[in-house]
Design a protein around this ligand. Structure first.
Ligand code: URA
Ligand code: SF4
Length: 218
């Protein structure tokens, strides 16, 4: 069902003065920068310390995140937590956020209105980008980890292939943080109990460890 897709972008809702994550999160509740707020339960902003050295950026909240208002509290978050732990990173020290702050999905009425994740479009990433930029300006991390291609596009500002970029410490754009691109943990969920899981999990852990090392060394 087509709805008029008015996308002024988040910019006008982002407070312009001294950035502070708490204020940003409160202001984001009012955001109408794109149409995704309409069908979502609430905005899912971020979690973690506002002065973290390591920021992890996902794609968008999932079904559980949308209901609970917290990023990475669903199945993908579980995988991410396990990978962080395996990489020797204390989950409580990282700042978690998403490229897009509202849950894009389709409802399947024939299946008890089950809500199915729908990948955000480039236009949604662009509309939501002022929030991520404001967060990075407030947190000023040493390293930003982009989880998957949607996050990589948001963080790098261009289309990005995870397979080509993953695991390297990419130079900071201007005076920003260094960037490490890796796979999205939900890509691993599809491999669970299948061949390929061990390798994919080990590769995610290795990339996270690379990012943590870079955050210590820079
Ligand atoms: N996947 C994401 O990219 N972000 C979340 O917050 C949860 C799942
Ligand atoms: Fe605003 Fe981002 Fe939500 Fe769109 S997805 S309404 S830009 S917070």
């Amino acid at each position: 069902m087509a709805r008029p897709t008015d996308r002024p972008g988040a910019g006008r809702w982002v407070p312009g003065d001294t950035p502070d994550v708490g204020r940003l999160a409160r202001a984001a509740r009012e955001c109408r920068g794109c149409e995704l707020w309409h069908d979502a339960t609430q905005v899912v902003f971020s979690s973690g310390p506002p002065d973290a050295a390591l920021v992890l950026v996902g794609e968008q909240p999932g079904d559980r995140e949308d209901r609970e208002g917290e990023p990475f509290v669903g199945p993908a978050g579980r995988v991410l937590e396990d990978a962080l732990e395996a990489a020797g990173i204390d989950v409580g020290t990282v700042y978690l956020t998403n490229a897009v702050k509202h849950f894009r999905h389709v409802e399947l009425p024939e299946r008890g209105r089950r809500r199915l994740h729908k990948t955000p479009a480039v236009a949604h990433v662009r509309a939501c980008l002022p929030w991520l930029e404001a967060e990075l300006a407030a947190v000023r991390p040493r390293v930003v980890v982009a989880l998957g291609s949607t996050a990589a596009r948001a963080v790098l500002g261009r289309p990005a292939r995870v397979g080509e970029l993953r695991g390297r410490v990419l130079d900071a754009p201007e005076d920003g943080a260094a960037v490490v691109v890796t796979t999205h943990p939900s890509a691993l969920l599809r491999l669970r109990d299948r061949s390929g899981w061990d390798e994919a999990f080990a590769a995610l852990v290795a990339d996270l460890a690379t990012a943590a090392r870079a955050a210590r060394d820079t």
